[in-house]
Design a protein around this ligand. Structure first.
Ligand code: FE2
Length: 388
């Protein structure tokens, strides 16, 4: 077995969004997140039915795909149901065939068998290998290997045909910390077990209802991870509360289960959030009372952090102390039209392994305020949850 475990997982690779307009969304990612558009695939590269923009910032890789023709049901059918969102996320593996075989022999639902893909007429670029298994309703987990590929991202991609230079403030985002899925009531254990068996993962944290909830809304959450912790995958499901939880709102608005948020690492969250705000990112609002309590804990000697609490308050950054370190985090508002997908930015200090449990109360109260504005907090007794 290699250092990367039975599955040979090296780490997160790209995340692909299906969206209504790939070009417009790619501009937003470039401007707001300070990413570079480095690759393009579309009519100019011989692909007639869809187009994709490939963006990168350090180890954070995004693919944004939209339809070019009305019969591109793969994209259009998906966004008709879900709105813009994450269609697939990927992990880089040593051997795609071996990873796929292990996964499918341990319960994974096959989507695409391992495939060696090369570009017509360009054998000098080499090939990539990909395979995919199913996650949630119709999300995919892709195994990818590019050891024998020399081009941009993958076959059919070229440098952007149009020079796109967008002024932005340097965000310093580094790569993916974790990817979170929202599933229906009673599905969390099923998907945790699916990951653990098919991906050789383990359940790392199990949040009960009392851990994550306000007086109005609650959820259950399990975190599964690879044994080396390179891949961390929290899974949430709604739990009974007085009002509609954020997970219920997601399931209703997304019309099913899927990816809720991606947490992106930074080594300097003060500079990152400052830049993201200047670039136009919109974040959840944190009340001043949160920082009053943080100062009290600091003055009482319960909290020692390198950052100035005034800076955290100015930028709305949350802080959670753990037994062996602390984390700083902040969440954007939903980035697309439906209140479904959002980003988290996170900086870990020491041996931080958590997900901000101490911030859940303030966070949920902030989310509930936005849910109320959208008319999605109170339950309508005639509502029916979307079917599978
Ligand atoms: Fe998170």
């Amino acid at each position: 077995m290699s250092d990367s475990g039975i599955m040979g997982i090296r780490g997160y690779d790209y995340v692909e969004f299906y969206v209504g307009s790939a070009k417009t969304t790619a501009y937003w990612f470039a401007k707001a997140l300070g990413m570079e558009i480095v690759g393009y695939r579309g009519a100019e590269t011989g692909v007639r039915d869809k187009c994709s923009y490939y963006l990168q910032k350090n180890n954070f890789k995004l693919l944004v795909t939209g339809a070019l023709q009305p019969h591109c049901y793969d994209v259009l059918g998906w966004i008709q149901r879900h709105g813009d969102g994450v269609k697939r996320w990927s992990v880089e593996v040593d051997d795609v065939d071996a990873a796929f075989t292990y996964a499918t022999q341990n319960g994974a639902v096959m989507v695409r068998r391992p495939e060696r893909i090369e570009e017509d007429g360009h054998p000098e670029k080499g090939h990539i290998t990909e395979a995919a298994i199913r996650l949630y309703d119709d999300t995919e987990l892709v195994y990818v290997n590019r050891d024998h590929y020399k081009g941009i991202f993958g076959p059919d991609f070229c440098a952007p045909v149009q020079s796109i230079q967008l002024d932005h403030h340097e965000t310093g985002i580094l790569g993916i910390d974790h990817i979170v899925g929202n599933v229906r009531e009673n599905e969390m254990n099923l998907w945790a077990s699916y990951f653990n068996k098919a991906m050789d993962m383990e359940t790392f944290v199990d949040f009960k209802a009392g851990d994550i909830g306000t007086q109005y809304s609650a959820l259950l959450s399990k975190v599964v991870r690879t044994k080396d912790s390179k891949i961390r995958n929290p899974i949430n499901e709604p739990f009974e509360g007085l009002k509609k939880s954020q997970i219920e709102e997601y399931i209703e608005q997304y019309y099913g289960s899927g990816v809720q948020h991606i947490a992106i690492q930074t080594a300097d969250i003060i500079a990152t959030i400052d830049a993201l705000r200047k670039n136009g990112c919109e974040f959840l609002a944190i009340p001043d009372t949160y920082y009053d309590k943080l100062r009290e804990r600091e003055q009482a000697g319960e909290l020692q952090i390198n950052e100035n609490i005034d800076d955290l308050q100015r930028l709305g950054i949350l802080c959670d102390k753990e037994s062996d370190g602390y984390l700083l985090q902040l969440f954007t508002k939903p980035i697309c039209d439906r209140p479904t997908f959002f980003f988290e930015f996170i900086q870990r200090h020491g041996n931080s392994q958590g997900f901000g449990k101490g911030n859940f109360q303030s966070l949920f109260e902030s989310i509930e305020l936005d849910q109320k504005l959208r008319g999605n907090l109170d339950r309508d007794p005639t509502e029916i949850m979307p079917p599978c």
